[in-house]
Design a binder for this molecule. Structure first.
Ligand SMILES: *Cc1c(COP(=O)(O)O)cnc(C)c1O
Length: 848
């Protein structure tokens, strides 16, 4: 290879449409259909060819077309409207500016291995990335001082092609970053900004790129630089490609390189958000920074924790990112050696003693002040999963909470619906999506308008499916008959079910095929026909997933399913957008409780596409009996997989046969009135509660703002508070064995009368621990036979010291009707602890 420099040469933009280039470099266009149309309208064919990438579009478009557009009054009118809206968006005062005016420059850094923003930036694989992209978009809408940090993959995530045999083929695109809506960051010196990270016996350099997302930015690292060796240039080659060693190399760049990139840009981040364990090494890099500044290791650890938050997305132990000790030693070696930290100490931070491996999720949990799962159910499942690390706590107090995911409503709601909502909810509804009063106006939309809007979107998705199948068959050189047949697949009036997701086995794409005859009968009912559109990729290493795809494709080519079952290749944001806008029902059949949250159903439900799902992930929180359909009842921990599959397929058929299909075909003047009622209920309830507007404002209020304050408090005055917290924790751990609830007396009998008071008196031994540093409390909850849950704690009052390190406490509980259990416990308490159980030391009364 030889050295060369690059230059992009664009046609000059005519004066009246000068700002198209600026627009092409801000992902604001990804949630603004009229903005995208400004490109698409100039040359629709080219727009599709460049996969809706406006930067590439402007590089390819001929001068004449641009000049023609610039001379067209109608086009200019639209252009001016879009630019006015863009300017307003970029300059108006936003929620965070109003609610936290003093925090406008307190940056929140959000690290994620993938960001899914738009099909023109294929650096995401699925739900996790799109969630991160939607998070950034909402951060912009809300005016948060936010910066995303990720990797820029030269070959992105794979494109899926389906071949003649119905098998998935994998193609890694060769992305030309200079033709994407991203820019390299340039220092004042005129040179590109790079960062350097030590790897075993070498240094790896990365360039820093920026994507603008409305008001916020995402910075991305790319190691494909001539200064790196060939192997190191490939570190940011593929998302989730390669083996464990490749993964740790990537994660080191993301974590350590990401922190260094922020430093290089002069960004003083006040909150550090780890989105899934991949980026947890950022905590070690921050430790290294502080230690090399002379802060003692354990003080630094408290300081890092003080402003870090971790979100986990994995509902099964096998899903966690783990490394062997050797790999961690190899890659973290220089990080510790150069800074006087012992490598073992760092390894201990992520070490799982039971499974003898280094676990990125554990590292993130131990280094974060707050941890959360992504739905209420997932919070519960995660607390169960990590309960073994908190043996003295009841499972419900394991310090992992939840924030339920959302989707970016502006991105996912179809333009046709936006226009209807503009008319009926008020022009400014997009700034009020969490307000039930605004969304309740959906009820005022006439049924005919709802049905007409949906029917148009449905026609569009059916045509889109036909075009896509046709293009696939042409590419595969199928017989002409088969190519022509693509025009006739799917019926415009049939109930259309969408099923699009990654083909991981737990998602059970083929549950519907458990009884093929029954499914065939259902689809082929002449009066009430139904059809299914499938899409989804399977990870190249997942053979089972690929078999599922093959199986569906085989069905789609045979009677009795031909033309009624369709598989669309290369599920991405564009395919998803069409499907969630236009099918009638969105089907979701994960094996409970493996779907941490799921988000595609939210996108569908906001468009009035009824969600039909197992009560897993987010759905138990949302389903109210009227806004979609539930397959079966609440999940059951104790069922074997095969039994669960049997049960769920039974309920799935029942649900479709008895509820979905009859309701869909129950018409008055051609309109399925009850169905439309459910659509309205779905739109209302899902938009108000499952947008990223709600999600990000929840993260802000519950975590970001408190963490900003904690970060300052812990580090100011020479890390005084961090030091104090560290000393406190160590003292407690060393002396906790002295603590004992010696004796408890109570007036409690097994039957008491409402209005009576339960008096409790305990003698507690604290030994060398001060009574100031503990809480003694009565803990009570619902009686479940062998345990109590729904815990509530009432602090007891220190009555007197009765001996050396021995104290008497008293407390009382007003009694309300019902049965409950109660006990007494002691736990450490200090003003800087997060929540009640930051230090998981609890001593329970033994017997009274
Ligand atoms: C929303 C989305 C996902 C995530 O959907 P799940 O409900 O988690 O399966 C995956 N891929 C694409 C392209 C999406 O748009």
């Amino acid at each position: 290879m030889f050295y060369f420099r690059k230059v992009s040469v664009n046609p000059p933009l005519p004066e009246p449409v000068q700002r198209l280039r600026e627009l092409s470099y801000n992902l604001w266009f990804s949630w603004n259909r009229p903005a995208r149309d400004l490109f698409g309208e100039i040359n629709p064919r080219l727009w599709d060819q460049v996969e809706h990438n406006p930067v590439q579009f402007l590089l390819r478009i001929d001068r004449e077309s641009l000049e023609k557009a610039a001379a067209n009054q109608e086009y200019l009118k639209k252009y001016n409207e879009v630019m006015a809206e863009y300017d307003q968006y970029m300059h108006e005062e936003k929620w965070f500016h109003r609610t936290n005016p003093d925090y406008r420059d307190r940056t929140i850094a959000y690290f994620s291995a993938e960001f899914g923003l738009h099909e023109s930036c294929p650096i995401y694989s699925g739900g996790l990335g799109i969630l991160a992209g939607d998070h950034a978009k909402a951060a912009s809408d809300l005016g948060l001082p936010f910066v995303g940090v990720g990797l820029l993959y030269k070959h992105g995530y794979f494109k899926q092609l389906i071949n003649r045999e119905g098998r998935q083929e994998v193609v890694y695109p060769d992305l030309n970053f200079n033709e994407m809506p991203i820019k390299p960051l340039i220092a004042e010196s005129g040179l590109e900004i790079t960062v350097a990270v030590e790897y075993p016996e070498r240094t790896v350099h990365a360039r820093v790129w920026e994507i603008k997302v409305g008001l916020v930015r995402i910075i991305l690292l790319d190691t494909d630089l001539p200064v790196n060796s060939k192997e190191d240039r490939a570190i940011t080659s593929q998302l989730y490609g390669g083996g464990r060693e490749m993964r740790i190399m990537q994660e080191l760049m993301l974590g350590a390189g990401g922190v260094r990139a922020l430093r290089a840009l002069g960004v003083n981040s006040r909150v550090w958000h780890i989105n899934e364990g991949h980026s947890a090494f950022l905590t070690l890099e921050r430790l290294r920074e502080m230690v090399s500044d002379g802060v003692p290791y354990s003080t630094a650890r408290e300081a890092v924790r003080s402003n870090t938050i971790f979100t986990t997305h994995t509902p099964v132990p096998a899903g966690h990112d783990v490394f062997t000790k050797e790999l961690v030693e190899k890659y973290l070696g220089s990080l510790c050696r150069d800074n006087g930290m012992s490598c073992q100490t760092l390894i201990d931070l992520g070490w799982d003693f039971e499974h003898r491996q280094f676990n990125m999720t554990l590292l993130a949990i131990r280094m974060s002040g707050y941890c959360n799962g992504v739905s209420r159910l997932h919070g519960e499942v995660t607390r169960q999963m990590f309960h073994r690390f908190y043996p003295s706590l009841p499972v419900e107090e394991v310090p992992i909470t939840s924030v339920t995911n959302g989707v970016h409503a502006r991105t996912w709601i179809a333009e046709a619906w936006k226009e209807v909502f503009d008319r009926y909810l008020g022009e400014d509804w997009q700034n009020h999506v969490t307000e039930p009063a605004v969304l309740s106006r959906v009820d005022q939309i006439p049924d005919e308008v709802v049905w007409e809007t949906h029917s148009q979107l449905k026609d569009k998705v059916i045509q889109y499916a036909r075009d896509k199948v046709r293009a696939n068959r042409v590419r595969n050189h199928e017989q002409l008959g088969l190519v022509a047949e693509a025009e006739d697949i799917l019926l415009s009036h049939a109930l259309t079910i969408g099923f699009a997701r990654r083909y991981a086995t737990y998602k059970r794409a083929t549950l519907l095929f458990k009884e093929p005859d029954r499914l065939a009968a259902l689809l082929n009912n002449l009066d009430r026909p139904a059809q299914i559109i499938f899409a989804g990729k399977s990870h190249p290493a997942d053979q089972a997933g690929q078999e599922l795809i093959k199986k569906i494709l085989d069905y789609s080519r045979e009677e009795p399913f031909r033309g009624k079952i369709v598989f669309l290749e290369n599920y991405d944001i564009n395919v998803a957008r069409h499907l969630v806008h236009g099918v009638d029902v969105w089907l979701n059949t994960p094996r409970w409780p493996m779907e941490a949250s799921g988000t595609s159903g939210m996108k569908a439900a906001m468009n009035g596409v009824l969600h039909c799902s197992v009560l897993d992930g987010w759905w138990p929180e949302a389903y109210n009996g009227k806004n979609g359909f539930a397959i079966g009842g609440p999940g059951n921990m104790h069922l074997k997989e095969a039994d669960q599959d049997m049960n769920d397929s039974f309920y799935l058929y029942k649900c479709l046969e008895d509820k979905v299909i009859p309701l869909y075909y129950d018409r008055q003047n051609g309109i399925p009135v009850q169905w439309v009622g459910r659509m309205k209920e779905s739109i209302k309830t899902i938009i108000t509660r499952f947008s990223t507007t709600r999600m990000v404002s929840e993260y802000t209020d519950r975590f970001y703002v408190p963490l900003i304050d904690r970060g300052v408090a812990f580090t100011e005055a020479g890390f005084q508070v961090a030091r104090q917290v560290d000393r406190f924790k160590r003292f407690m751990k060393e002396n906790w064995h002295h603590v004992k609830v010696e004796r408890t007396n109570t007036n409690g009998r097994w039957d008491m009368v409402e209005g009576e008071e339960l008096m409790v008196e305990s003698v507690v031994k604290l030994g060398p621990i001060s009574s100031q540093d503990v809480v003694v409390e009565i803990t009570l909850g619902s009686d479940r036979g062998s345990y109590i849950c729904g815990l509530d704690s009432l602090p007891m009052e220190l009555k007197e010291q009765v001996g050396d390190g021995i104290y008497k406490y008293v407390g009382k509980v007003p009694l309300t009707q019902g049965t409950f259990g109660y006990t007494v416990r002691v736990r450490p308490d200090q003003q800087h602890m997060v929540g009640t159980i930051e230090l998981p030391l609890v001593r329970w009364a033994e017997n009274f």
